[in-house]
Ligand binder design. Sequence first.
Ligand code: NAG
Ligand code: NAG
Length: 422
Amino acid sequence: MRLISTILMIQFWAGIDLVQSAECNVDAHHPENGGYFIEGINGFGTEVDPNAKRKITNSTWATGIEYKDGSVKYCTGQFCSETCRNDGCAETIAGHTCSMIRFCYEADSGSDVWLMPDEKALQQCDFSSATQICDTGGGSGEDCCNYKVELDHDLKAYLFASKEGCGEGQRAVVAVDDYNNVGDACFGMGQTSARIKKCTCNYEDEEMSTLSEPCHSNFVAGCNLHSPDLGDDTSCCDDATCVGKHQDVTHSIGQALEIERKVLCNDDIPGRCLNEGIYDCCASQCSGCGADVTPFTEWSICVSGNATAGTGNCGYGGHGGAYSQFECDFTKCTEDHKWHMAGEPYNNWMKLMDPDNLVVPTVVVVPTVDDVTLTEAPKKTTPPTKPPAPTPTVEEEASSASVNMMHGLTVAISFGMLVSLA
Ligand SMILES: *[C@@H]1O[C@H](CO)[C@@H](O)[C@H](O)[C@H]1NC(C)=O
Ligand SMILES: *[C@@H]1O[C@H](CO)[C@@H](O)[C@H](O)[C@H]1NC(C)=O
């Protein structure tokens, strides 16, 4: 009996170990410090770490420093949201899981670190229900005092204070976001980044990255994953023509992506096909506009249409620059083009986009009964009906590289990051 229960105990602990192996690690999470980003409680310094291409963090924990402590501030400027401009937003330090929130102080400073239970306790410096993280001796040395935020930590604001300095403002609030949420979006951006073409995934061309962690390291990792294995001939780097693995149909990554892309294609929706600098809206369709044509071929579907003008908004890269909408002008299409305005594909699509203004021309080439019976199974007796043109769905939009990129951008900006468009 005793042996059996011992074995059960061992199995029980083995089970616990399995759960704990879901800890942050360098392979799946932050590539430094065993999987943890070091988050300085005093934000970032002015110097740049030349290896990491990031500003060094500052972990000084003392009185006389104004920490982000959850107090409401009104912001101004480009990245200020409407709410924070008008109603104010609580200022917090942006943190994430898989990090060590670091507090550095000398043993004789009298500082220590407590986790406060709620906002009221933080405001009133009430330590009666607080949990001590480090004592006065725990903040010195190279590693200082660290509060480890594991993968399974609650995504919420963590409130810290020093018992002695609390009344003088030695308190700070870190809002913890999910490493994977932030990281995955940036990893994806890296995988399709224009840096791949220029061989600058590691920011070789810049002193510093404008992305904060964990975005930066994930972006770099995604970019490097899709960078080609160039060997000795790096000449493509100089003229920015290197073909990433994601664009190379002779590589398994590119091949799989192109197959996946074609599956998501809806050829009932027009779009812009960009192929070696040539834009075409008239003759192209999604399935014929991929990396198997040229590595840099790009398809952008039309997300809206104007029946009066005979135009559509189809991806980005219009005359106003890379982030202005590209307009397809279907009035330029001729009869031999798929998206000729008198043709069925155009009218079926425009009927969904702008039904009120669409005047269906009387000369529309509608398949006759004879045409249909030629291609349909002979048993079919129901009168031929035009298949309804499917409504564009989110997946179809996502198949457009430009839309995808803009989405990534929006995600990144919503995490309060500055994005280098280079
Ligand atoms: C960290 O911040 C403190 C207070 O603002 C400052 O005195 C110190 O020089 C900074 N350290 C670094 C390395 O930037
Ligand atoms: C559609 O195009 C017409 C003619 O160019 C223009 O007057 C109208 O404002 C456009 N409609 C929309 C919704 O943009």
